[in-house]
Design a protein around this ligand. Structure first.
Ligand SMILES: [Zn+2]
Ligand SMILES: [Zn+2]
Length: 335
């Protein structure tokens, strides 16, 4: 029975023969971290296995003492864990350094997806399907109503608005880790050459992405711009929390924009007073979840966090033994 070697503990998913947790929500002796979003990557573990990029982002956010023993594992590499468990990390396509964790024990293969997407993102390696007996998936957007448009189509609307409203500062809310850099990178590919202005909270991680060789074009900190009126017609990227706070009042005639998978729900955009909602997500939408499960072809599907019920139902209809794990401690907001 497979649950004997992988089970759910209060700290998170536990790989029993290797005595290691995946993305634990409390400090543990040994942790595998799928990616550096705050709800998955917490400081205070003793040994941490992760990609070099994830370790670098954790060090950038928490300081070099975020764990006692970091062990870097490259995407595509396999290492031996204690207890005769093999671990391979492979790209999840979610943010820089994000990994799926494939574990092999007694000829049984289990893949823990972490957060993932199949949509275009030039800032990280694309998701790679790992054929598995057990597939443990996220379910943030696991309802058939969630179908995300392409990022290029959404950003075309932003570029058009910048043309149509040259007097307005376009203030775009985007998470500092992953979303901000993906937007910058795709805008550059689409030919946007203007300086992009950044809220101070975005700067450290933008610089870190650049250190990993990702070209984000010319940018400046908003705080370095003396004449704020000169930001009319410009693009400013800030954390979503800054859209409504005092910081944004210094900007001229603001057009509030927000890039999030949740912007597909118009009520959420309205509630946050977003004038230009952009449905751009770093998670798989419903068609991507369904397609991924078909390709991974598991005999068992375990659903970690999000909207579990619809996905479990879908998998059962396809003859897959499926269940919800109801893991706690992971936000749906960091999308
Ligand atoms: Zn994430
Ligand atoms: Zn997550």
């Amino acid at each position: 029975m497979t649950r004997i070697w992988i089970n759910v503990q209060p700290e998170g998913l536990y790989i029993r023969p290797a005595a290691v947790y995946v993305d634990p929500v409390k400090p543990v002796q040994r942790a595998i971290i799928t990616h550096a979003h705050a709800d998955h990557a917490r400081p205070g573990h003793v040994t941490v296995y992760a990609t070099p990029e994830t370790l670098a982002i954790m060090a950038c956010r928490f300081g070099n003492t975020f764990c006692e023993q970091p062990i870097a594992v490259n995407l595509g590499d396999t290492i031996d864990l204690p207890g005769n468990v093999d671990m391979r990390l492979s790209p999840a396509g979610h943010i820089l350094g994000s990994a799926q964790v494939t574990l092999t024990y007694n000829n049984e293969v289990a893949t823990i997806s972490g957060d993932y997407k199949r949509a275009f993102d030039p800032t990280c390696r694309p998701f790679e399907v790992q054929k598995s007996d057990i597939f443990i998936t996220e379910a943030t957007f696991a309802l058939p109503v969630f179908t995300h448009p392409s990022i290029e189509d959404e950003l075309k609307r932003l570029l058009q608005s910048l043309k149509d409203f040259p007097g307005r500062c376009h203030l775009l809310g985007a998470y500092a880790l992953g979303k901000c850099q993906r937007l910058m990178s795709v805008l550059r590919r689409m030919g946007y050459r203007e300086t992009i202005y950044l809220h101070g909270a975005q700067v450290k991680l933008v610089e870190l992405y650049e250190q990993f060789g990702i070209d984000l074009g010319h940018w400046r900190k908003v705080s370095d711009v003396e004449d704020k009126a000169s930001l009319a017609g410009k693009l400013v990227i800030a954390p979503p929390s800054a859209l409504a706070d005092r910081w944004s009042r210094r900007l001229p005639y603001v057009m509030t924009c927000l890039a999030s998978g949740w912007m597909q729900i118009r009520a959420r955009a309205k509630q946050r007073r977003v004038e230009l909602p952009l449905t751009i997500s770093d998670h798989a939408d419903w068609p991507q979840l369904v397609e991924t499960i078909r390709e991974v072809d598991p005999s068992q599907l375990w659903v970690t966090h999000g909207r579990e019920d619809a996905l479990v139902h879908h998998a059962k209809q396809k003859g897959i033994d499926a269940m919800a794990l109801n893991l706690l401690g992971y936000d749906e907001d960091a999308d």
